[in-house]
Design a protein around this ligand. Structure first.
Ligand code: COI
Length: 355
């Protein structure tokens, strides 16, 4: 049932802000949260009146279905502040659409657009001082939904909590990353939940990522579940390859997340005359290109990671180094993207949304 936002969001502001205690020059990703959070419960078949209240712990029944069956989806988005102090969101409608695509796959009721957009706006307004200007500073926004119904029978819940929490952020990865190409593990199989931002997709990555870390790599690039011959995406980001002067990335599918940074970079690249190919990419093609010098760049792209250059990859016991070229696509595309996000240039795509 679609709600209309006739009842205004109920706002309970904090009495004392934590802002003064935060060292904004030394933020560790995802550990510091703003003063307020947005919360909206689903019960009796409708989303109830949303609230903005002081950030703090929740009380949830131990039998809530989220704890037993992982019925949970989330989003990652960012707000940016320009030098004049204006705040912008980047493609928020895309995050709204995607959280409902994910929710739908996990049998979670869709969240109403007005609640999402209005809740987000009001939350950012009340916590606006937490958004710092300057390239590299942003506010990472984490909308999520969890099944709260107290019941351990294995079926979808009839009660949920939708929340938005915000965390001031700088870089997700410090420096270039190295990745291990998975020989055995996959993000998802066809028919699975790979295309959804389902919490369990990320939990399933921690074990293989820890194995990769033992070999000296920070991340895994998943290969397809059927043959493990094709590149899919990395643990926290979609993945791009540059062979000579062509930028390649795998097509989205049942198994691969429709990354908003990914599709933005493809559009920017095409507009700037960079040849792009969106097609299945064989691991062997990349290995061969690394061996014969054709592989010029590899980088990950995601909201949290932005664009993270990859300096090396491992595959079947071999290690391949990638020397970043002087005129790297990664640097060029990152600047073009961030100039739009921070209101430093025109936005011909209509992606920037002023608060
Ligand atoms: C994001 O980039 O926003 C994500 O959700 C990835 C997450 C694992 C940090």
């Amino acid at each position: 049932m679609e709600n209309t936002i006739t009842d205004s969001i109920k706002i309970t502001p904090i009495t004392t802000s934590k802002l003064d205690k935060v060292d904004f020059d030394n933020l560790s990703f995802g550990k510091t949260f703003t003063d307020h959070m947005f919360e909206c419960d689903f019960k009796d078949g409708v989303w109830q009146t949303p609230q903005i209240k002081p950030y703090g712990p929740l009380t949830i029944d131990p039998s809530a279905r989220v704890f037993h069956y992982g019925q949970a989806v989330f989003e990652g988005m960012k707000a940016f502040k320009d030098d004049k102090g204006d705040v912008f969101l980047f493609r928020p409608k895309d995050n709204f659409n995607r959280i409902n695509i994910s929710a739908n796959r996990l049998a979670i009721p869709s969240f109403p657009e007005q609640y999402f957009m209005e809740g987000l706006k009001q939350l950012l307004k009340i916590d606006e001082k937490w958004i710092k200007s300057g390239a590299g500073n942003s506010l990472y926004i984490r909308p999520f939904v969890i099944a709260t119904q107290a019941c351990v029978s294995a079926a979808e819940a009839n009660e949920y909590k939708f929340m938005i929490i915000c965390s001031p952020a700088q870089a997700y990865y410090v420096g270039d990353v190295s990745v291990l190409i998975a020989e055995k593990y996959s993000r998802s199989a066809n028919g699975g939940v790979g295309y959804a931002k389902a919490a369990g997709n990320y939990a399933a990555q921690f074990y293989p990522t820890n194995l990769a870390k033992k070999e000296g790599y920070q991340q895994v690039i998943w290969t397809d579940a059927d043959t493990h011959e094709y590149m899919e995406e990395a643990g926290t980001m979609n993945i791009f390859f540059r062979i000579n002067d062509t930028l390649l990335t795998a097509p989205i599918s049942d198994r691969i997340l429709d990354g908003i940074t990914r599709k933005s970079l493809l559009e920017i690249a095409e507009k700037e005359g960079i040849a792009t190919e969106v097609r299945p990419i064989k691991v062997n093609e990349i290995v061969k290109a690394a061996e014969d010098g054709g592989l010029k760049e590899m980088f990950g792209a995601g909201t949290a990671a932005v664009i993270s250059p990859i300096k090396a990859f491992g595959y079947k016991g071999n290690h391949y180094e990638i020397k970043r070229p002087e005129k790297a696509f990664a640097s060029h595309l990152k600047k073009a993207l961030m100039d739009i996000q921070y209101n430093l240039t025109e936005d011909p795509y209509g992606w920037r949304v002023k608060l």
